[in-house]
Design a protein. Sequence first.
Length: 195
Amino acid sequence: MRKSIIKRTTNETDITLHLDLDGSGKSGIETGCGFLNHMLTLFAAHGGFDLDVTCGGDTDVDYHHSVEDVGICLGKAFAEAVGDMKGIRRYADVTLPMDEALVLCAVDVSGRSFFVNNLQFSSEKIGEFDTELVNEFFTAFTRCAHVTLHLRQICGVNSHHVAEAAFKAFARALKKAVTIMPDRKDQIPSTKGVL
């Protein structure tokens, strides 16, 4: 079973996260940050992942630590759940529209952490959420999941739409990348024989 439970407690956050890569898109999300709850709910639904997250954080300061640390925990859970990567498709990309916004996401579940991001937000905030935290979330995830991730904004003006398109494309690309190929289920998807 490709599942993981991550618990992480620091002086800034206390997080418990459950991830099932082969779920049905069910989620229970409570991070203390409404916009992050919304994005993670979309992530689970559009990726077909089961995801439960509880995060108590120092939101009296701002949402930075909670967003970054949830990204860390999701990345660790993803790496643990995908395991030795035998049989996975490995590469995937999705170009996803959200009204006027269009975002391309490409992933390589490679064991190598690299993040390229050209998302541009027309506002500094979406509600109470600082738009720069989108970058912090994906940076933290990428480092801990050991994946290469590219997010490219092709067009878009509305900050909410851009962020939502990014999270949905990210979910769908990840789901494709970790799909097991029946004819290669015992093979590591690399000529090196290891990822």
